[in-house]
Design a protein around this ligand. Structure first.
Ligand code: ASP
Length: 323
């Protein structure tokens, strides 16, 4: 299995399932659920950072490499375990993606228990940012402006002004977003991938990142490989990172070359400081790698013979390879 750095507990439990003969699909769902249920992870599921109105909106997707079936939900409120809902979209509806009201209806119809996703810690953190930035909560006012100030520096709109706007260039690099993702290869030779997130904190209501978009933040094909992303979703959406990397594998590139090519696609965008993208990938033979557009990022890797996942550096492009 491979995962984002915050997937440790989920990975250990999922690996046990795989050891007992469980499927990759069950393993990635279980792993995500464990992180979704954990309120100390403020980027996923219960206790995830809210949007600018204080609403927790969850996104998730799951994909099965043998059949290329996929399911996803976006903007879900009032239910945790978005990954299980995504799986229900895949298995119990003829669709791939359900948003907000529809996804919540499916949750209710299939017996999911509604639960307030806010925790005291995240609400305090949410509130404090308004004061830090000198911004008034404006539920009926100009939300565009408020969300823009609160999501800085993760705001592509500001990039054009970066050179002249000192408020943007001096912005401390705080992580106000995050995601958990997992890719598993089981003993039957099947790959599966799962991604879950509460998205970008203080986002404009209804903002959807790459995580629930098949092809952007998640893609899985038994023949070539599986890919999952974390980081600023707007970047992966614009260059279809997950599917592109799998396509590069299909075209015959090695895993490292395919990752470099996906990074080059991302580097062509107008990303500013702090606006990064991370990728994990695995081939059908179990070869795996992590990539990032910035230095210092790591991912988790675990095989059935290991007791604990290990943290591995993600590969990035050096200057020569960026051309
Ligand atoms: N990719 C997620 C999103 O854009 C957030 C993250 O991974 O940090 O919603």
């Amino acid at each position: 299995m491979v995962a984002s750095e915050n997937g440790r507990h989920g990975m250990v439990a999922a690996m046990e399932l795989l050891r007992q003969g469980g499927t990759a699909l069950d393993a990635v769902e279980l792993a995500c659920r464990i992180v979704e249920d954990d309120p100390s992870d403020q980027s996923v599921g219960y206790g995830g950072l809210p949007n600018v109105l204080g609403e927790v909106e969850l996104d998730a997707s799951i994909m099965e490499g043998r059949t290329l079936r996929a399911g996803a939900v976006a903007g879900v409120q009032g239910y945790g375990r978005a990954i299980t809902l995504a799986r229900k979209v895949m298995e119990e509806t003829p669709h791939v993606l359900l948003v907000a009201r529809g996804a919540e209806r499916l949750a209710a119809e299939t017996g999911e228990v509604p639960q307030d996703q806010h925790t005291g810690e995240t609400m305090q953190r949410w509130q404090a940012r308004f004061a830090e930035r000198g911004v008034e909560p404006a539920p009926h006012g100009n939300l565009r402006q408020v969300a823009r100030l609160l999501t800085r520096p993760l705001n592509l709109q500001d990039n054009a002004n970066r050179a002249v706007d000192s408020a943007v260039t001096k912005e401390p690099r705080v992580d106000t977003h995050g995601t958990v993702n997992f890719i598993a290869l089981d003993r039957y030779g099947d790959l599966a991938s799962a991604v879950s997130t509460s998205g970008l904190g203080w986002k404009y209501p209804g903002r959807v990142g790459d995580s629930p978009l098949i092809g952007a933040g998640n893609y899985c094909d038994n023949r070539y490989g599986a890919v999952a992303c974390t980081g600023m979703g707007e970047l992966a959406i614009r260059v279809s990172t997950a599917r592109s990397l799998v396509l590069y594998l299909k075209m015959g590139m090695s895993l490292t070359e395919a990752g470099y090519e996906a990074l080059r696609d991302l580097m062509d965008l107008d990303a500013g400081a702090g606006q990064y993208m991370n990728i994990v990938a695995m081939t059908p033979r179990g070869e795996c790698a992590g990539f990032s557009t910035v230095a210092g990022k790591r991912y988790l890797r675990m095989t059935a013979s290991m007791e604990e996942p290990e943290l591995v550096d993600r590969i990035m492009l050096d200057h020569g390879q960026a051309e």
